[in-house]
Design a protein around this ligand. Sequence first.
Ligand code: OXD
Ligand code: MN
Length: 589
Amino acid sequence: MSNLGSCNTTNQAVIQWVKEMADLCQPDRVYWCDGSEAEKQALTAQAVADGVLLKLNPEKLPGCFYHRSNPNDVARVEQCTYICTDVETDAGPTNNWAPPKEMKERLYGLARGGMKGRTLYVIPYLMGPAGSAMSKVGVELSDSIYVALNMRIMTRMGRIAYQQLGTSDDFNRGLHCMLDVNPERRYICHFPRENLIISVGSAYGGNVLLGKKCLALRIGSYLGRQEGWMAEHMLVLGVESPRGEKTYVAAAFPSACGKTNFAMLIPPERFAGWKVWTLGDDIAWMKPGPDGRLYAINPEAGYFGVAPGTNYKSNPNAMQTIARDTIYTNVALTPDLDVWWEGKDGEPPAQATDWQGRPWTPASKEKAAHPNSRFTAPMANNPALAPEVNDPNGVPISAIVFGGRRATTMPLVFQAFNWTHGVFIGATLGSEMTAAAVGGMGQVRRDPMAMLPFCGYNMGGYFRHWLRMRKRLKFPPRIFHVNWFRKDAEGNFLWPGFGENMRVLKWIVDRCHGRADANETPLGWVPGAKDIDLEGLDGFTAEHLEEALNIDLEEWRRELLMQEELFLKLYSHLPKELIFQRELLVSRL
Ligand code: OXD
Ligand code: MN
C-alpha cells in the first residue's frame, strides 16, 4: 500500500482514486498540490535542482524558466490519440478508436510500477471561473514536475478546485505517466463515458496538460452534447468602441493560425479610442443563457502559445505577457540566459544554444527554436485581459468567426446567410497544415470548426449538435469566415494582417449591430471595397482590397471537390442540412 503523504482534501472520491492510482504506479512519494505561492517557489526550486528547468536571466526575464523536451516529443501526436467509446461509430471516422476495457488494460499495464523512484503530483484544477455553473473540476495525477508547474499557470490550480468540487465525485480523472518518453508506447486516451483521461509516454504540453485539449475540448465536447452546451477551439475577445459599447466575438482557427495574435490585437492608430480585450486565446465553453443569447467562458487561466513569429509587431501584448513568470519550452537560449526564436524582434544572437542543446549561429542551417516551441504564461500578465474573464456568467457572443490559412480561394471575409449556412462554413473549414501537430506541412486539410483533432465523438454528431443549438438560441451569434493568409500570384500576402485585422473586425461588429453594408454573393455576404475602412493603411488601395475579397470560380470548383472528400468520409452520420447547404452553394456558384 502506497504512502499517500499529507493529503489536503477531505473529498473521499479524490482520496480513493489517488490511492488506487498510487498503488498501481508505485511512486516513491505522493505530493498534493495546493496552488499556493510558497508551493510554486518550492516546486520551481526542485525543478531547477533536478535539471528540468533552468532559471533565465532575472534582469531580462524575471520569474522565467527554460525547459527542453525530449526531441522525440515536441508536438501533439494525433496518431497516438484515442477516443475510447463503447462502440466505434461513436468516436467516428476522424478519431482513432479502441475498446475502453482493452485500452485501459493496456495503459494500466504500462503504468504499473511506472512511477517507481519518482514523485506523483496530485494536481487539482478548475476549468473556468470559480463559482460558475459552466466550470468543471479535474484532478491530474502526473509524475512530471514540469506538468505541475505548467498546470499551475494554465488552470486555476489548487484548493480553489476542491472548493468548487465540495463532496461531489463529479470530476475529470486524468492520469499522466511519462514512462521513458518513448514514441513506441505513447498514448493519449480519452474515456468520455467515465470522464477519464490516461496519457502515457509523452511530456509535451498538448499531450500532458490534461485540462487543455483533453478535458476542455475532447471530453468537454462530449459532455457539451449531453448537457446542451458547446466546447470549442475558439478564442474569445471583446471589442470596445469609443462610446463604450462592448461586442464579444469567438473565433475558431486551426492550431498555429494566429489565434493568440487575434485575441490580443491592438487596433491601429486610425482606430483611436477602440480597444480589444482578451477573454481567451484557445478554448471557449459556450452555453445558452436565460436571455436566449450564447454565453462564453474561457476555461483556461494561461496561454500555451507558439513562440516563433511572436514579436512586438505581430503581438505586443503577448510580448509583455511573456516578459515575466513564463516557462519557455524548446526555444533557443543565448549565452546571457535570454531566449530567442525565429521571428523574435531584433537581430538573431551571434551565438546561441538551439532547442536540442547544440551550438547555433545565424549561419546554421537548422532552426534555433523548434517551430512548435512554446511559452506558458499566466493570463493575468496580459495588459489587455478583459476583467469579465472571471465572471461566472461568461460573456454574450455576438459573432462566431471561422478562419484558416489559405493561400488561395478564400476571400478576406464573408458572412454566412444564417446559422445553418454558418455551420456548413465551419464544417468545411480548411487550412494549410502547421507545426502544431506532427504531419504533412503546407497541405490543405479539412478541419471542421478547427476541431478535427479535438472532437471527442463522431464529427457528424457534432455537426448535428451545432445545428440543434440554433433551436435553443433566441439571438444566435452571426457567423463569419476570414482568411488573413491569401497570397497574390507572386506569393505576397494580399492583406497586411496583425493589428490591421481590426478593420475587418470592425466590419464584423458593425454587421452584428446592423450598421454595415455588404453584397450578396454565392458564398455569403461580402463587404464592398467601401465597407472596410482603409484610411491610414499606406499604399493599400480599394483595388488591393477587391483582390483580397475576390471569388474565383475556378478555385471554387476545386474547393468543392476537396470539401466533398470530407463529406464522403463522414457520410453515414452527416446531417441532411449540410448536404442541402452544399447543393445550394453549388447552384449559387
Ligand atoms: C494548441 C494547439 O496548442 O491547438 O493550442 O495545438
Ligand atoms: Mn489550440
